[in-house]
Design a protein around this ligand. Structure first.
Ligand SMILES: Cc1cc2nc3c(=O)[nH]c(=O)nc-3n(C[C@H](O)[C@H](O)[C@H](O)COP(=O)(O)O)c2cc1C
Length: 393
């Protein structure tokens, strides 16, 4: 009858529910300060590229994360790429410049860049995010139109990537044996709106041995690539991949297109000269992020001699090992015109999709501008070798 008069009030209900929650062991477990916290940080909490690597590690299936992380064989070159940045010091001028005076824009092969940063071509991005290269392109475009170099082995068709955003695209080619296959791949890329072609010549027979060790420890990642083919011309059963590359192939490619051609994977002054003599419009110093030939030198160590050989005849691009804005400044001080980032935007993509790509690029742009200001270099032209001291081991 009058039961409703005695029924619990809203306030009492909230109070007793709060008391129940406060007493709950579940809540105590949440508050335990000694318990490791599995919380994934929000995008705006990350301050440097390394935080994106951690989040990508937490979120991605192990095999997908590992494919991005690994280098070839003993990973000597993978490690050396990073170590080399520690052997170069920045020597600042005592008079800094205001951040508002820092100018980072440049033009490369008809592409306008707001910063000397591009995205290196990297394969199979759907493995790290369902929107793959489309999301990479969107994030890059939102980060002040950062150009993206689309890999020859992208997981989405070029047209799908191109329609996802409006920023500049270049195309990376792994030359095939058949001249017609190379010509038509380049033609398709130009028709899809790509402004330059990057011809990769360094990728040889990557064997990701760390996957083999991990597999023995129970990981699910696939085994390293080892050929089982034993042909008369291949007695050692080496996975041939691209070990058959030769300069004649580049001549063929040069004849087949008028687009700017940049040759990626250069590690010696001789090769830089050879490439320019054969008509390359740009030299791209790279060791594939330590994924091609193990025990090849770090790219930072060989950069100065290549820049000296090039003598400003063509622009020099650089990648392998860049993780911070200061790394970009060091590469530019040693003569690169612009740098490319391989793993860094992949961590952004794997961790948060397109917004992660945008944010990680913005962080490196900010670090780079701040380092220019702090070292008293207001323009790209004012970045010279006097800015660095090298102590390569
Ligand atoms: C997962 C992964 C896939 C890659 N795929 C390609 C590719 O398809 N074509 C290519 O020319 N380089 C490829 N690279 C090499 C990159 O273009 C670049 O040279 C390298 O990642 C730079 O080193 P960083 O990762 O230390 O920045 C790949 C690199 C990674 C990490």
């Amino acid at each position: 009858m009058d039961l409703w008069l005695n029924s619990i009030t809203r306030r009492a209900a909230v109070r007793s529910f709060s008391a129940f929650l406060a007493a709950s062991p579940l809540l105590r477990a949440q508050q335990d300060p000694f318990r490791p916290h599995p919380r994934v940080p929000g995008l705006d909490e990350l301050e440097d590229a390394f935080g994106f690597e951690d989040v990508a590690h937490a979120k991605l299936p192990r095999a997908a994360f590992d494919y991005t992380a690994y280098g070839t064989e003993s990973e000597f070159t993978l490690r050396r790429n990073r170590e080399a940045f520690a052997w170069v010091s920045l020597v600042p001028r005592s008079s800094t410049v205001a951040l508002s005076e820092v100018k980072t824009s440049l033009e490369l092969f008809g592409t306008q860049l707001s910063s000397p940063i591009l995205i290196s071509p990297t394969a199979a991005q759907i493995a790290i995010h369902p929107d793959g290269e489309a999301a990479m392109h969107q994030g890059a475009t939102k980060a002040a139109n950062t150009p993206m170099i689309v890999s020859n082995v992208a997981s989405l068709p070029l047209a799908k990537i191109a329609e996802a955003a409006t920023g500049p695209l270049w195309f990376q080619l792994y030359p095939k044996r058949e001249a017609e296959a190379n010509r038509s791949a380049m033609e398709d890329a130009i028709n899809a709106g790509c402004k330059a072609i990057v011809v990769t010549v360094d990728q040889q027979a990557s064997v990701f041995e760390r996957a083999l060790h991990d597999r023995n420890l129970g990981a699910t990642g696939g085994p390293p690539r080892r050929s089982t083919r034993a042909a008369p011309g291949n007695p050692y059963r080496v996975e041939e991949m691209r070990i058959w590359y030769h300069w004649g192939l580049f001549d063929q490619i040069r004849k087949a297109t008028k687009a700017p051609l940049i040759i990626k994977g250069v590690l010696t002054a001789e090769d830089a000269n050879m490439a320019i003599e054969r008509g390359a419009d740009g030299i791209y110093v790279s060791n594939h992020g330590g994924r091609a030939l193990d025990y090849s030198p770090s790219t930072l160590e060989v950069l100065p001699e290549i820049v000296d050989a090039v003598r400003r005849r063509v622009p020099v691009l650089f990648d392998s090992g860049i993780r911070r804005g200061e790394d970009i400044l060091k590469a530019l001080a040693l003569g690169a015109n612009a740098v490319c980032l391989g793993r860094v935007p992949r961590w952004g993509l794997g961790a948060y999709g397109a917004p992660g790509v945008q944010r990680v690029l913005e962080i490196l742009r900010r670090e780079f501008a701040a380092a220019m200001a702090a070292t008293g270099r207001p323009t790209l032209a004012s970045i010279d070798r006097g800015l660095v001291r090298t102590d390569f081991a």
